[in-house]
Write a protein that binds this ligand. Structure first.
Ligand code: ATP
Ligand code: SF4
Ligand code: MG
Length: 320
């Protein structure tokens, strides 16, 4: 197996909002290989963004990183050392978010913004030709679009400009957090296809964060599925889709429409957050039809089975 480029191990984060402490990310582990397009999927509020932001030292106010480690390119750091992790952002990790229009400066032309990203990445070559190349790579023409301000371009074009800024640093890892959520379906597909091609061409790894499982299934070979801040199943996407093991994954896949074989869709009942606070437990217990008292007494261990890790007591060996 190839050595991982980026690893998160046992990341745990508490929310301290309003003075009350609540565990919102619980022992999250994931591992991304060089040049891989890796999916991170979960319902809204399951902790995808918080986990990824904390992994690059950008945990927001009101969040307390209480444990775990992050390794990027052979450098391992405790996740609590947020300022140290931020250093990875200028040494090989780039970020891409949804709503690029809001994130771009309204006062600078888009060419100037990409140029700034180049300069801050320490680029020393011929800037205009590199700008031309970056615009070309993201499917834009520097001459047509470069002189425009963000309000003068479409949402899809703004997202491509944000990608050019992210690619300007020639990252080894791009964390793309719902990069196409605000776009129409055609533009979304176009941009994701482009990201997948860039990933292959530049040997750049991407963590694609999404709540849409069918979207991720088109582009990623491996994924992690998050529920209420816990990884429930992670590994080979084909195997997980063919035979989901965790009851949550089974529910998610049953809720994905299949154009080839239309069937009755079964929506997942209950909300992400629920059940008792303040104890180690399976955080799916309040929604699970297989729940037993043990599920609320400890956190399920990761069991490796058929190409994936599953975190569910149904698969733990009963000691004889
Ligand atoms: N700054 C904060 N302080 C305290 N709690 C927060 C903070 N930001 C988010 N949360 C809580 O953390 C949980 C996870 O939020 P997060 O934004 O990571 O979810 P997500 O999986 O990215 O959802 P979405 O798909 O909607 O983007 C939510 O319950 C949210 O209310
Ligand atoms: S550990 Fe228990 S509650 Fe959690 S998914 Fe498995 S059976 Fe259900
Ligand atoms: Mg999010």
């Amino acid at each position: 197996m190839t050595e991982a480029l980026f690893e998160i191990e046992g990341l745990s984060i508490d929310s301290t909002r309003g003075g009350a402490r609540r565990r919102i990310v619980d022992n999250v582990t994931l591992s991304v290989e060089p040049g891989e397009l890796y999916g991170l999927v979960g319902e809204s509020g399951s902790g995808k963004s918080i986990s990824m932001m904390a992994s690059v030292g950008l945990a927001a106010a009101g969040l307390d990183v209480i444990g775990g480690e992050v390794r990027f390119s052979n450098r391992r750091r405790p996740a609590r050392e947020q300022s140290g992790l931020r250093g990875n952002l200028s040494h090989g990790v780039s970020l891409l978010f949804q709503n690029a229009k809001g994130a771009l400066s309204p006062f600078l032309t888009v060419a100037r913004q990409v140029e700034r990203a180049l300069v801050s990445a320490g680029f020393r070559g011929h800037r205009t030709s590199e700008l031309n190349e970056l615009f070309r790579v993201v499917g834009l023409n520097l001459r047509d679009v470069g002189g425009k301000y963000p309000h003068q371009i479409s949402g899809g074009q703004a997202q491509r400009v944000a990608m050019a800024c992210a690619l300007a640093t020639r990252p080894a890892l791009l964390i793309a957090d719902e990069p196409t959520t605000a776009l129409d379906v055609t533009t979304e597909r176009e941009l994701l296809r482009f990201l997948a091609e860039t990933c292959a061409r530049r040997e750049m790894a991407i963590v694609l964060v999404a709540h849409n499982l069918s979207l991720v299934s088109e582009y990623c070979r491996r994924l992690s599925i998050l529920h209420a801040g816990q990884v429930v199943e992670s590994g080979d996407l084909g195997k997980i889709f063919a035979s989901p093991l965790h009851p949550y994954t089974q529910g998610l896949i049953a809720a994905v429409p299949d154009v080839d074989e239309p069937r009755e869709l079964i929506p997942l009942s209950g909300s992400v957050w629920g059940g008792p606070e303040g104890i180690d437990r399976c955080r799916f217990s309040h929604r699970c039809s297989f729940v037993t008292p043990t599920c609320e007494q400890r956190r399920p261990a990761a069991i490796f089975r058929d190409g994936r890790d599953v975190h569910c007591m149904l698969y733990e060996e009963i000691p004889s």
